[in-house]
Design a protein around this ligand. Structure first.
Ligand code: NAD
Length: 258
């Protein structure tokens, strides 16, 4: 039980990677707060993964008001906060010269404003408690590499690396650590949606999108799994000293070796 008596807030955890992290944290003894857009879905996921030790909260991570209210509810319910996983995210693909400005702004708001707002609320509570904490930002191989059609996503995921390093420096004296997980492609709704979109934009088959684009640079042509990413999250969440802070970990079948 590597996370016994810990309380974790995980954003975007009604689906995909976040939900699997919530499940893995619960299995390690943590109390789980699933924060997601739809409160009913968040509650259902929280109950599914953690039973009575789970709480769902409705939260749009790009809204300061909703983040403040959701984090306050999480802390009021479980009495403390030890781990934040800022994971909520979306994807929109289009060539840069045709990228709609409103979609660009939405992407930066969810990935960057969301990480800032949830981290700020978590830091305030962790500093008050005085016994440290772990902040995990969900980056991507796109925190280090670029791909066509993904300008705001690549920009935002690179930005999270900077945010984590500043949290690591400011949080150090409070024993608050910040790290970034950089997964390769994982089959979640976010990725399943991109396959036909990229095939249409690039005028190639869906099979070619998978083999010639998504998995082209991996060492073995394999997707990363939900369990792979969740294991990395448990590692960062349960690592107890500042020896591991301001770091990023690729979980990508060698797609990125940076
Ligand atoms: P997903 O679509 O399965 O889940 C994303 C969740 O985020 C959904 O439940 C959605 O409702 C929620 N969400 C979206 N906007 C939100 C908002 N404004 N406020 C709160 N919640 C919001 O996607 P996923 O693949 O599990 O992605 C999770 C994270 O992992 C994202 O940050 C994504 O960029 C990152 N990531 C995914 C992959 C991949 O291949 N799937 C690879 C690298 C990084």
């Amino acid at each position: 039980m590597r996370l016994a008596n810990k309380v974790a807030v995980i954003t975007g955890a009604a689906s995909g990677i976040g939900k699997e992290i919530a499940r893995a944290f619960a299995a390690e003894g943590a109390k789980i707060v699933v924060a997601d857009l739809d409160g009913a879905k968040a509650s259902a996921a929280a109950t599914e993964v953690a039973g009575a030790n789970g709480l769902g909260v409705a939260m749009d991570v790009s809204s300061e008001e909703q983040v403040e209210a959701g984090m306050a509810k999480a802390i009021a319910t479980f009495g403390r906060l030890d781990v934040l996983v800022s994971n909520a995210g979306i994807q929109t693909v289009a060539p840069l010269d045709q990228f709609p400005f409103d979609k660009w702004k939405q992407m930066l708001a969810i990935h960057l404003d969301g990480a800032f707002l949830t981290s700020r609320a978590a830091l305030r509570q962790m500093y008050k408690q005085g016994d440290g904490g772990s902040i995990i930002l969900m980056g991507s191989v796109h925190s280090k590499e670029a791909s066509v059609l993904k300008a705001p996503y690549v920009t935002a995921k690179h930005g999270l690396m900077g945010l984590a390093k500043v949290i690591a420096k400011e949080g150090a004296k409070h024993k608050v650590r910040a790290n970034v997980i950089c997964p390769g492609f994982v089959r979640t709704p976010l990725v399943d949606k991109q396959i036909p979109e990229q095939a249409a934009t690039l005028q190639i088959s869906e099979d070619d999108v998978i083999k010639k684009i998504m998995l082209k640079d991996t060492v073995d042509g394999e997707f990363t799994t939900l369990a792979d990413v969740a294991a990395a999250a448990v590692f960062f969440a349960s690592f107890e000293s500042n020896a591991l802070t301001g770091q990023s970990l690729n979980v990508s079948h060698g797609w990125s070796m940076q």
